[in-house]
Write a protein that binds this ligand. Structure first.
Ligand SMILES: O=C(O)CCC(=O)C(=O)O
Length: 251
């Protein structure tokens, strides 16, 4: 499960690494079997965000409530590379099922996750793993990234309310200066593939204009020694977890 030196080097240079077939067909099927109960809202303890159309956009923290998702968040295939990257024990910052329903799933504007997370009183010692539960294609709003952008450090963000969800996104003037068309990479893949990425990687995604959904689970991990310092406006536990259950590998 450990990454090779070459894989780690690529992750450090580019700020992300796509691992094809991280999960087997059976493992993805087991997760997808539990997805409908996340979407229907029968378990109200999971926080949900919706599109203007009413479609579910995100379901937070399934790893706390659903055994398949709980096991995945602690699976050696994921936590061993996370430990190699963070070089410390860590805990789950949050997890979210990002849904992007067919025809309805809307955009994610260009941002860095640390663009938001800095206001939660942490340093940039966090990272995320995006596990594809559906195919991610050019038409259904696959993730787009700028290779190497994590090394720019945190960029200036501002709030944007033009979409169905209030987003923090990189200031347009900064984008115009920094982002070149040729450098935008579309991360397409198959169910079971996983993208590991740095909290300062610049990323976005388009509207899903296709007839197939684009569901993926993002699990964010934070270095155990980077717990949030007190801030003026602490965000709720569903987005900034106060469950500091330590994960280290080998356990
Ligand atoms: O699901 C996507 O396309 C992007 C999601 C994202 O950037 C986020 O949840 O911060």
């Amino acid at each position: 499960m450990r990454w090779t030196i070459q894989q780690l080097k690529q992750y450090c240079q580019e700020g992300f690494l796509l691992v094809p077939n991280l999960l087997s067909v059976e493992e993805v099927a087991a997760l997808n079997t539990d997805v409908p109960r996340l979407l229907t809202g029968e378990d109200s303890s999971m926080h949900r965000e919706h599109e203007h159309s009413g479609a579910v956009r995100q379901v937070y923290n399934s790893h706390r409530h659903v055994p398949t998702f709980r096991n995945l968040a602690r699976h050696p295939k994921i936590v061993e590379p996370v430990q190699q990257i963070l070089q410390n024990s860590f805990y789950i910052w949050h997890s979210k099922l990002n849904v992007k329903e067919a025809f309805e799933g809307t955009v994610w504007l260009w941002h860095q996750d640390y663009g938001y997370w800095i206001y939660d009183g942490v340093d940039s010692k966090l990272m995320s793993v995006m596990i594809f539960l559906d195919p991610a294609t050019l038409n259904n709003g696959c993730l787009m990234v700028i290779s190497g952008s994590h090394s720019w450090g945190r960029l200036e963000h501002n709030s944007d309310t033009t979409t169905s969800y209030k987003q923090w996104c990189i200031h347009k003037s900064v984008l115009k200066e920094k982002v070149r068309e040729a450098e935008i990479q579309q991360i397409t893949g198959q169910p079971g593939d996983a993208l590991f990425f740095d909290c300062n990687l610049v990323h976005s995604s388009n509207h899903n204009l296709s007839p197939i959904p684009r569901k993926s689970l993002i699990i964010a991990y934070n270095d155990i020694d980077n717990k949030p310092r007190p801030v003026e406006k602490p965000r709720p536990d569903w987005v900034v977890s106060r469950v500091f259950e330590e994960i280290s590998w080998p356990e």
